[in-house]
Design a protein around this ligand. Structure first.
Ligand SMILES: NC(=O)c1ccc[n+]([C@@H]2O[C@H](COP(=O)([O-])OP(=O)(O)OC[C@H]3O[C@@H](n4cnc5c(N)ncnc54)[C@H](OP(=O)(O)O)[C@@H]3O)[C@@H](O)[C@H]2O)c1
Length: 291
């Protein structure tokens, strides 16, 4: 018999997790939102309409209580749950990649356990999350005696569990953000630069999309060192100089992005041998922050 669960915060991650766990046969006792309509919609999405609730107390009956709320709300929400009273043996779970699991525990309460399960995946909305999570690595960190329960849950979600220690989380999470969030921001920057030569930003994105998916295909197949192409990887100094001149007319952040990531590309080119030391040095000086 699978353990019952409650989920608080039916946002992007919460709804996807609730639906996947219900599909895996975990009984959903309560899906708690601060708003009645959202609770009903989310419970329907999870396939368990009777679980909809705005009453936090209902969550305390479950063996597994999942807090899928913004990171800054984890500690205050956990404190509210402790005040309501939790049964011994309850396992509290959050999904932040940064905070350690014990943010959910109080010193006074020794009989509870906590886990942080972080899907190394992006959830732009609940539906995308439901499709993206299966097959994704998920870190599991927290009370040692609860780690295997966390791994079981990850497997029920279709994820691939791996263990992480609390002190690793800041850099681990920063890496995930540099990859996913900065890729999105970088794509937006590319659209702005493209639009500046006379296109609508939406049209620029449509035209850039095949380049984005082609880059991701070679990146995931070959890895970052071999996937790099372009003037920086070839040492085309005149082209890079012309880019910087053109970018100088645009908002400063766009040129800064070009310079910072360009220096990383030069490092790759040098390390894999497509750039010699002299050319790499000239490019690095060209891309250095302007005085
Ligand atoms: N999105 C991602 O790509 C992603 C990936 C991995 C991990 N995570 C982690 O997953 C957790 C949830 O993130 P999310 O992106 O799903 O967030 P989200 O879409 O913003 O959803 C959070 C939900 O929490 C509830 N909430 C908001 N403020 C609250 C408050 N003050 N008190 C109580 N409930 C509140 C809201 O539900 P109601 O308004 O209905 O109450 C909201 O839908 C975070 O710990 C995040 O770090 C996110």
């Amino acid at each position: 018999m699978k353990e019952s669960f409650a989920l608080i915060g039916p946002g992007r991650v919460g709804q996807a997790v609730a639906r996947l766990l219900v599909e895996a046969g975990y009984p959903l006792l309560a899906l708690v939102s601060r708003d009645e309509t959202r609770a009903r919609q989310a419970a329907r999405f999870a396939g368990c309409p009777q679980a909809a609730s705005t009453d936090l107390q209902r969550a305390t009956a479950a063996r597994l209580i999942m807090l899928a709320v913004p990171d800054d709300q984890l500690r205050p929400l956990a404190a509210r749950l402790h005040r309501l009273g939790l049964q011994p043996g309850t396992l509290l779970i959050h999904f932040s990649g940064f905070h350690p699991a014990d943010i959910l525990l109080t010193d006074a309460e020794q009989q509870l356990q906590a886990l942080a399960i972080h899907p190394l995946q992006t959830f732009a909305d609940a539906v995308m999350g439901t499709h993206n999570l299966p097959g994704s690595p998920c870190s599991v960190e927290g009370s040692p005696e609860a780690l295997s329960r966390g791994e079981e849950l990850v497997e029920a979600l279709g994820g691939i569990p791996f263990r992480l220690r609390g002190e690793q989380k800041a850099l681990y999470h920063a890496a995930a953000c540099v990859l996913s969030n900065n890729l999105v921001a970088n794509t937006r920057a590319a659209c702005e630069i493209f639009a500046a030569c006379g296109f609508e930003r939406e049209q620029a994105f449509e035209l850039l999309k095949p380049l984005l998916s082609g880059t991701l295909r070679s990146l995931t197949t070959l890895g970052p060192d071999l996937a790099l192409t372009g003037p920086l990887s070839r040492g085309d100094i005149q082209t890079v100089t012309a880019h910087l001149d053109a970018l100088a007319k645009l908002p400063d952040d766009l040129q800064q992005i070009y310079r910072v990531l360009g220096r990383k590309a030069v490092q790759i080119g040098l390390e894999r041998g497509s750039l010699d030391k002299k050319t790499a040095g000239m490019l690095s000086r060209l891309l250095a922050p302007p005085d």
